[in-house]
Design a protein around this ligand. Structure first.
Ligand SMILES: Cc1cc2nc3c(=O)[nH]c(=O)nc-3n(C[C@H](O)[C@H](O)[C@H](O)COP(=O)(O)OP(=O)(O)OC[C@H]3O[C@@H](n4cnc5c(N)ncnc54)[C@H](O)[C@@H]3O)c2cc1C
Ligand code: SF4
Ligand code: SF4
Length: 385
């Protein structure tokens, strides 16, 4: 919760996104979160805005912040009664509030323009598998969102509402997917939104289990309609400052927001500060855009790959690549305006942070202090799921 005179940015939980998993309540060090078996809510009098709960939340529901007048802050009781976030209050005093959240290129960050109850309608333009191995399929899906004027920025996510109902007859819960192209649109075509979607197929006790939304998306064909909510998120955005170096670390579909940022940087009139991409996966055949990244962005970004299952080679994870590139990494980490982005499956976080700490130690930097400063200055961006 950040303050500005008698206006506060209140931390809320979006009941439409929340899957009631209890992770945030277990994570919050201040016991600010509680539930009534129906909704999870944040106590405005206790929450100190530390954001410890943000990254562990699997849906992004926790990442809802709203400027309100302190005396009109939403109470726990009000939040318990919600089935959706209420309309933002209109008050001139609230316009004066600095966003306290990331902004891209000085543009206004639009969030939650469309909701699951009031979604935007998009049309599929393109849907192709971008991994040669069919059993590890990742699809590049381009949607035309121009009809409903759906805005998006690199680093934001969109909510996809798969058709159909669950075992209880309720509509499937929304899933989030990262924007994978620049705000200017896929291939520079305004209103074209790209997503990078892994087709989730799991073996549960000998039975094949197919993820609801990822399979829905991967099976779409050009012309199909898709309902979208969002855009969501203002914590993973690019800095306005084009002299700020970017360190991008990703695994799996975590490459999606990195592709979006590289796309944006490439389109800037003047070259931006150094960009380093560290991309980890099992084999090139299972990694989205493996060849395409170098071809499209190799001139503006130093791209390194780490392969953990390449035949005839020893296992190399993304954290190993960070340790190998310690010189350049330490140089960039030492700069006061470097931004670090980390995206992929949650399991990658511990190894990456350990490697960053080792790199720092080797070069006389204090990672703990650096991490705290970067977090406070909103230069450390983590999105794992
Ligand atoms: C902020 C955010 C951004 C995201 N961005 C992307 C993105 O750009 N691309 C993308 O493909 N997914 C992304 N996801 C994950 C996505 O929202 C879904 O969770 C995922 O597609 C599975 O949904 P499903 O309906 O197919 O599976 P469900 O029917 O919900 O089944 C869930 C099962 O899928 C497994 N699973 C979930 N995600 C993955 C994955 N990526 N790889 C392997 N197994 C998985 C879970 O362990 C679980 O067992 C993001 C999630 C968040 C919170
Ligand atoms: S962690 Fe996220 S999805 Fe889980 S209960 Fe909290 S807000 Fe809801
Ligand atoms: S921001 Fe910090 S204090 Fe507030 S609910 Fe999340 S973990 Fe708790």
């Amino acid at each position: 919760m950040s303050t500005h005179d008698d206006v506060i940015v209140q931390h809320l939980i979006d009941p439409e996104l929340c899957i009631r998993c209890n992770t945030c309540e277990e994570t919050c060090p201040s016991n600010a979160i509680s539930n009534d078996l129906r909704n999870y809510v944040v106590d405005v009098d206790i929450c100190n805005g530390c954001q410890a709960c943000v990254s562990p939340c699997p849906t992004g529901a926790i990442n809802s912040w709203r400027p309100v007048l302190r005396q009109s802050a939403y109470t726990r009781e009000q939040q318990f009664a919600w089935s959706a976030l209420p309309e933002a209050p209109s008050d001139p005093a609230l316009d004066a509030v600095p966003p306290g959240r990331g902004r891209g290129d000085g543009s206004v960050v639009v969030e939650n323009r469309f909701t699951p109850a009031r979604p935007a309608l998009a049309r599929v333009v393109e849907n192709r598998c971008v991994t040669p191995r069919a059993d590890a399929a990742v699809h590049h899906i381009v949607l035309d969102v121009s009809n409903d004027d759906f805005p998006f920025l690199e680093g934001q996510s969109v909510g996809v509402l798969a058709r159909g109902v669950d075992a209880q007859g309720a509509r499937h819960a929304m899933r989030l997917y990262s924007v994978a192209c620049s705000r200017d649109g896929e291939e520079g075509v305004a209103g074209r939104l790209a997503l990078t979607v892994k087709r989730v197929i799991e073996n549960r006790g000998g039975e094949e289990a197919r993820g609801i939304c990822s399979n829905y998306l991967c099976d779409l064909t050009p012309g199909d309609a898709v309902e979208l909510a969002g855009p969501y998120g203002a914590d993973f955005l690019m800095p306005d400052d084009t002299t700020a170096p970017l360190i991008m670390i990703c695994t799996g579909t975590g490459v999606a927001p990195m592709r979006a940022m590289l796309d944006r940087s490439r389109a800037l009139p003047a070259p931006r500060a150094p960009q380093q991409l560290f991309y980890g996966g099992r084999t090139p055949q299972e990694m989205a855009y493996f060849d395409a990244l170098q071809a499209a962005y190799g001139a503006t970004c130093d791209i390194g790959f780490a392969l953990s299952r390449q035949a005839g080679e020893s296992k190399r994870y993304v954290q190993d690549l960070l340790r190998e590139r310690h010189d350049v990494l330490a140089q960039l980490l030492a700069r006061e305006n470097t931004h670090v982005y980390l995206c992929g499956l949650r399991g990658m976080e511990a190894g990456v942070f350990e490697a960053l700490a080792q790199v720092c130690e080797r070069h006389g930097l204090n990672w703990q202090a650096l991490e705290a400063a970067m977090t406070q200055q909103r230069r450390l961006h983590v999105e794992t799921y």
